[in-house]
Design a binder for this molecule. Structure first.
Ligand SMILES: Nc1nc2c(c(=O)[nH]1)N[C@H]1C(S)=C(S)[C@@H](COP(=O)(O)O)O[C@H]1N2
Ligand SMILES: [Mo]
Length: 406
C-alpha cells in the first residue's frame, strides 16, 4: 500500500515544479492581442480555403443527382483561384500565430485537468494537421508528389480534421479571443499566459522594448506577408496581376498558345498513338461507330470561350473550336441525361478517363482548335474535352473512346 502511494505521489510531486532548465519567456511582444488578430485573419483564410476546397472536391466525386452546373463558365476558375491564394496566404499567418503562442508549449504542468489535457490534445491535432495540409498543398502546386499516399484523399480528410478541431478551438477560446481583439489588449503592457514566466512590464508595448518591433509592427508585417503572397500568387489566374506573379508556377504568357501544359504528350506516352494513321475515335454507345481523323475533322464545329482552370491554381482563358459532344453522344444512342465517359490514348495515369453529365455534358466540346490553331500534341491532339466550370484535370486530352456509364 505504501509502495503504491509513492508510485502515484512521486510523479504528482514532480508535476508541481517545472523541471530544471525549463524555458522561461519574458518578452512582452507575444500577446493575446496578436494571437487573436492574426487568428482572425487566419480563420477567414482557412474558412474560404475550406469552402472552396470542398467545392473543388465535389468535381472529383459528384453525386449523380446533383450535377455540376455549367454556369458561370469561370466558376471553378474563381473558386480554385481563391482556394490556392487563401491556402498560401495562410502560411505566413500560421507561422506568426504559432510564434505568438509558442510559450504555451511550455506551460507547466502540461495538463491541469483531464479537460485541459484534452483541449491541448485537440490543439496539437489542429496544429499538426494544418502544417501537413499547407505543406502538401504547396508541394502539389509545385507539381511535386514526393509521397506514396493519395494527395486528394489526405488533403480532403485533413481538411475535415482541421475544420472540426478549429471550431472546437474557437468555441473554447471565445472569451480569450474577445479579450484579445480589444484595443486595450493591443496596448496593454503585458498579457502573456499565466505560468510561463512572464514578468509585468511597466511601459506600454506601443513603445517597443529596447527599440525592437512593436505588436502593431508584428501585425502589419504578418498581414503584409499574407498580402504579398496572395498578390504574387493571384497573377497565375488574374490577367492584370500577371507581371507580379512571382509565386505563380505556370505563366500562361510563356506557354504555347497561351495555355500552360501540365503533362506533355511525351510524358503521357501518347506521341506515337496520337499521330498514328490508324487513329480512330471509338463511339462505344448502344449504336456504336468509329470515326477516322478525316471524318472527325470534317464535322461541324462551334467556337466557345472557356478557361482551363487547373486544380493547382493557374488558369487561362482561351477560345476553343470543337464538335459539340452531344452531337456525337446522340448519334451513338445516348441522350442529354446520359452519363458519358471519355477515354484517353494515355496508357495509364489517373486522368485518362473522365466522367461528364448534366449541364456540363450539354455544353461540352470535343475541341479540335485552341485559339484558332489546330490543337498541338501537348494540348491534346487529335481531340480533347473542354467544358465550362470544370476542373482542368477532367478536361481529358488525346480522346480515343467515348461511351456511356451506368
Ligand atoms: N489524358 C490526360 N488529360 C489531361 C491531363 C493528363 O494528365 N492526361 N492533365 C489534365 C490537367 S491536370 C489539366 S490542368 C489540363 C491542362 O490542359 P493543357 O495541358 O491543355 O493546358 O489537362 C488535363 N487533361
Ligand atoms: Mo491540372
Amino acid at each position: 500500500m505504501g509502495r503504491l502511494r509513492t508510485i502515484v505521489a512521486r510523479p504528482l510531486a514532480m508535476l508541481a515544479h517545472e523541471p530544471p532548465g525549463w524555458p522561461a519567456f519574458r518578452g512582452r511582444l507575444r500577446s493575446e492581442a496578436i494571437t487573436a488578430r492574426v487568428g482572425l485573419l487566419l480563420g477567414i483564410a482557412v474558412g474560404l480555403c475550406f469552402g472552396t476546397g470542398i467545392l473543388s472536391h465535389y468535381q472529383y466525386t459528384p453525386w449523380s443527382w446533383i450535377a455540376i452546373p455549367s454556369a458561370p463558365v469561370w466558376g471553378y476558375r474563381l473558386t480554385q483561384g481563391i482556394h490556392v491564394i487563401t491556402g498560401l496566404a495562410a502560411i505566413p499567418l500560421l507561422i506568426t500565430k504559432l510564434w505568438s503562442v509558442f510559450p504555451k508549449l511550455f506551460v507547466w504542468p502540461p495538463a491541469r485537468s483531464v479537460v485541459h489535457g484534452l483541449e491541448r490534445l485537440s490543439v496539437a491535432i489542429l496544429v499538426s494537421a494544418s502544417i501537413v495540409e499547407v505543406t502538401i498543398g504547396l508541394l502539389n502546386i509545385l507539381n511535386w508528389y514526393p509521397w506514396r499516399f493519395s494527395f486528394i484523399d489526405v488533403h480532403h480528410w485533413l481538411a475535415w480534421v482541421i475544420i472540426g478541431s478549429l471550431l472546437l478551438h474557437i468555441a473554447v477560446k471565445l472569451p480569450v479571443i474577445r479579450r484579445g481583439l480589444t484595443r486595450q489588449a493591443l496596448e496593454a503592457p503585458d498579457n502573456l499566459p499565466a505560468g510561463v514566466g512572464a514578468t509585468a512590464g511597466a511601459e506600454s508595448d506601443l513603445e517597443a522594448p529596447a527599440g525592437g518591433i512593436t505588436r502593431r509592427g508584428v501585425l502589419i508585417a504578418s498581414g503584409a506577408g499574407a498580402g504579398i503572397v496572395a498578390l504574387t500568387t493571384a497573377g497565375q489566374a488574374l490577367t492584370p496581376l500577371r507581371p507580379v506573379a512571382l509565386l505563380g508556377v505556370r505563366d500562361p504568357q510563356r506557354a504555347p498558345l497561351g495555355v500552360p501544359i501540365n503533362r506533355t504528350a511525351a510524358q503521357a506516352g501518347v506521341r506515337q498513338l496520337a499521330t498514328a494513321p490508324d487513329y480512330r475515335l471509338r463511339m462505344a454507345g448502344p449504336k456504336p461507330f468509329d470515326l477516322t481523323l478525316a471524318e472527325l475533322e470534317a464535322m461541324p464545329t462551334v467556337r466557345r470561350s472557356l478557361p482551363i482552370s487547373c486544380v493547382e491554381g493557374w488558369s487561362a482563358g482561351a477560345d476553343w473550336d470543337g464538335i459539340e459532344l452531344m452531337d456525337l453522344v446522340t448519334r451513338m444512342g445516348g441522350a442529354a441525361d446520359s452519363r458519358v465517359v471519355l477515354g484517353s490514348l494515355e496508357p495509364d495515369g489517373p486522368f485518362k478517363r473522365s466522367l461528364i453529365f448534366g449541364p456540363q455534358l450539354q455544353a461540352a466540346l470535343l475541341a479540335t482548335h485552341l485559339n484558332g490553331v489546330r490543337l498541338t500534341l501537348d494540348h491534346g491532339y487529335p481531340v480533347r474535352l473542354i467544358a465550362p466550370n470544370r476542373a482542368g484535370v477532367f478536361n481529358t486530352k488525346w480522346i480515343t473512346q467515348i461511351g456511356l456509364a451506368r
